[in-house]
Design a protein around this ligand. Structure first.
Ligand SMILES: Nc1ncnc2c1ncn2[C@@H]1O[C@H](COP(=O)(O)OP(=O)(O)OP(=O)(O)O)[C@@H](O)[C@H]1O
Ligand SMILES: [Mg+2]
Ligand SMILES: [Zn+2]
Length: 496
């Protein structure tokens, strides 16, 4: 045999499209050329593959070797193709059997000595190989990640020779089993938060319906504490949600994290973060904070300090739950279905509205502070709540603890279950027709809404937001229709 084909996977966003590695041996002056990879990556891969084969004890075939990675227009990063290229060279010489090779897919970087080095983005490749019905061989360092794809025959190997022995049927690699990827997540507990009943209630409503939340209050009143406790009151991650979130991490610079597999993400980008850091970018494109927060919480502390431009880029993911990053000819798509929580002080010094602390900010300073907020982003915040300074008795460390996360999470889970049974998604994602179908008001609530629309000059969008929040409040109380009390509470969370 002088022609061999080996299967591998590229990485594009959180997808792993198939790549055919074709190797052709022919007569001619000894040479190895790789086509279908960017120049720099080719050079590096060529050197590693050549050294790895020689150091593993193989002769380099005399003559011309052409390696083609197809299709040519796929994004291909270098390292992951080392293993399939090396195996292709061996298969073309008849040193590994083509039938066994064809049943597998391979990704992995080689060291000069032939050791396999872990790479990024193995989980998407594993999920895709499973769908394609082929086994997957990865570096041992990636084995736990590959094993997450249910029903996939995944094998981890330390060295190129182990892979060859496996393919030749001499010494089969063990199939890796999903290990302890289901470790119970640990979140900070709401019991730590004293007082702040209004804010705790708003957090519960936000958790139930998946609504975005803005907390406004002076420094040191518990805004950050409350935000950090939201993941712990949300329903546990479903298997497919956990896999999607893990796939994003896997292709990011953070890398796959087996321990955090079942933990809802809590991402808190600093206000100096760039737009790229927030929504992703670069070449090759990497996910940003909004995607790392997929199925979790994105917390923007000190909201007015973020640049307007940076906040505006969040509009797309807030609306669609995904982000398309385009760089030059390549576009990559990342999921970004996150719950937004933001916090801010009422004024630059932080004490406006507090009778016992003197705020020295001028009216103009306060206005300028608020004007820094992006209107379009504020428009997408469902609940706004005050987090005032604690009374002295509650500020003491020995004051009674608040209700625990477990108790709140049980109510949230029951309400969320009602939403899923009724419309298949949380209330925050109700559209116009969903609102009409599922958000019936009783007469008193309707009258209240009409009055609010008139007195507060509410836009249609603001009214819809109030309806969605009211629906969540009614779901927490297990009510079929939205009554006046629920609607009044929702109006109270209305932003400007
Ligand atoms: N309601 C509270 N219950 C218990 N501890 C609190 C509360 N509020 C504040 N603290 C204590 O104060 C510390 C700071 O709280 P936190 O960081 O949540 O304040 P913040 O409102 O986010 O302030 P800033 O506006 O400065 O960001 C907490 O670590 C905690 O020790
Ligand atoms: Mg804070
Ligand atoms: Zn002030």
């Amino acid at each position: 045999m002088t022609l061999a084909t080996v299967w591998s996977r590229a990485q594009a966003g959180v997808d792993a499209p198939p790549v055919r590695v074709e190797v052709h041996l022919s007569k001619g002056l000894p040479s190895l050329s790789i086509v279908g990879l960017p120049e720099a990556a080719v050079r590096e891969s060529k050197d590693r593959v050549r050294s790895a084969l020689l150091n593993a004890g193989y002769q380099f075939p005399p003559g011309r070797i052409v390696v083609n990675l197809a299709p040519a227009d796929l994004p291909k990063e270098g390292g992951r193709f080392d293993l399939p290229i090396a195996l292709g060279v061996l298969a073309a010489q008849g040193l590994v059997p083509p039938a066994a090779t064809a049943e597998h897919e391979f990704v992995g970087e080689l060291s000069l000595a032939g050791d396999l080095r872990a790479i990024r983005g193995v989980l998407p490749a594993a999920l895709a190989a499973q769908r394609a019905g082929r086994a997957l061989i990865v570096p041992a360092g990636n084995a736990a990640e590959a094993a997450l794809a249910r029903g996939l025959a995944a094998h981890g190997a330390e060295h190129l020779l182990e892979v060859c022995a496996h393919l030749c049927g001499r010494d089969e690699l063990a199939t890796v089993r999903a290990t302890d990827a289901g470790a119970e997540p640990v979140y900070p507990d709401l019991a730590d938060v004293r007082g702040q009943h209004g804010a705790r209630r708003a957090l519960e409503v936000a958790a139930a319906g998946g609504h975005s939340l803005l907390m406004v209050g002076p420094p040191g009143t518990g805004k950050s504490m409350l935000a950090q406790r939201l993941p712990g009151v949300l329903p546990p991650l479903a298997d497919d949600e956990a896999l999607e979130a893990a796939a994003v991490r896997s292709v990011s610079s953070l890398g796959f994290d087996p321990h955090g597999f079942r933990t809802r993400a809590f991402r808190q980008p600093h206000h100096t973060a760039s737009a790229v850091a927030l929504v992703g970018g670069g070449n090759p494109p990497r996910p940003g904070e909004a995607s790392l927060a997929h199925h979790g919480v994105l917390f923007l502390d000190e909201l007015p300090e973020f640049s307007r431009h940076v906040l505006e880029v969040l509009r797309e993911p807030l609306e669609t739950g995904r982000i398309v990053v385009s760089r030059a000819a390549r576009a990559a798509e990342f999921p970004a279905l996150f719950q937004l929580v933001a916090a801010m002080n009422p004024c630059p010094c932080g004490h406006a509205g507090d009778p016992r602390a003197s705020c020295r900010c001028t009216l103009e300073q306060v206005q300028r502070y608020h004007a820094r907020l992006s209107g379009p982003l504020l428009d997408r915040i469902d609940l706004r709540v005050e987090v005032p300074r604690l009374p002295k008795a509650l500020a003491r460390v020995d004051s009674a603890p608040g209700e625990s996360s477990a108790v709140v999470a049980a109510r949230v889970a029951a309400a969320r279950q009602r939403m899923l049974a009724r419309q298949g998604h949380p209330n925050a994602r109700l559209d116009q027709s969903g609102l009409r179908a599922h958000c019936r008001l009783d007469a008193a609530a309707q009258a209240l809404l009409d009055t609010a629309i008139e007195r507060l000059a509410l836009s249609a969008r603001a009214a819809h937001r109030i309806l969605k929040v009211a629906r969540s409040i009614a779901d927490l109380a297990d009510r079929e229709t939205v009554e006046a009390a629920a609607l009044a509470e929702a109006v109270g969370y209305r932003g400007k």
